[in-house]
Design a protein around this ligand. Sequence first.
Ligand code: BEZ
Length: 321
Amino acid sequence: MDLKQLNAFIAVAELRSFSAAAQKTGLSQPSLSRLLKQLETDMGVMLIDRYHRPLHLTEAGSFFYDKISSILTEVDTVVSMTQRLSAPSSALNIGFVPSILYGLLPDVIARLKQSSPEIEVNLKDISSYQQMDALKSGDIDVGFGRFAHQDLWIQQILLRHERYVVALPKAHPLAHVREQRLIDLANNRLILYHQTHLPISNDSTHPQSAAAEPITEPLLYLFAQYGISPFMTTTVSDLQVALGLVAAGEGITLVPASLKTVRTEQISYQSLIHENVTSPIYLHTLQDFVHPKIPELLSAIYHVYEQRGITYRRQKFQAPL
Ligand code: BEZ
């Protein structure tokens, strides 16, 4: 059994077509078929059901695909890490979710460039979950996101908790009320915009909907912690669209406080009395391969926090041996 055979199998399993898989792997169709036949002969197991269309995997083939695809992803990660270890890139590729860009990211980059004028920084707008794959494939060296990830390959540093604020249309009756309570907002249409949902926790305190389903949408989760269930919601694709709808008077939403400067002509941002209605900010890197500039990046972040009087707790950073 070799890697060529396994890659051919993965391509067929994912594309459900010999011709598409041949195109993807750059093999001719007869070579691809030969590799798959060899793999099945070596294993003594039929992996692909060739007699039905669309083509599908046998039960053994599905089992093998589930297990082997994650092993091959790990192999790719190790190869990419080894290549980077032998020739680290001079540029620092940073992935971020949009709400981070509106906040302190520009200040952090400016501070980093001040302390390391030779550094080349590339910024990539990429969702929290995609950042995990991008770190493993080497597309980014570090990611900033708002969700915790449990992944053996990834090192995660909690930078701080940022408070949410309420975004209301300027003409809203509550627009000038400071220190708002979630309960007073429950009768408004709540605009939801998160692409990433919370993992379902197994503990019995995880809030549930009326239908006893665990609540994973991040804003609904915050309301549910106070026993509140907003009954009118609209879901949009991103934060900008959500704030656009608020500006148009279509509803209200909650955003991290660093968004407070967006569309201020049409939107009023007010703080909440609840101290634990916050959004965490994480820095993610690979566990075993840390770009040499990351300790400096972390110092730049802490410098900006101190300059702005932002409360944070310094976390221990584990540079690999
Ligand atoms: C922050 O807002 O805390 C932050 C933004 C960008 C990079 C790191 C931290």
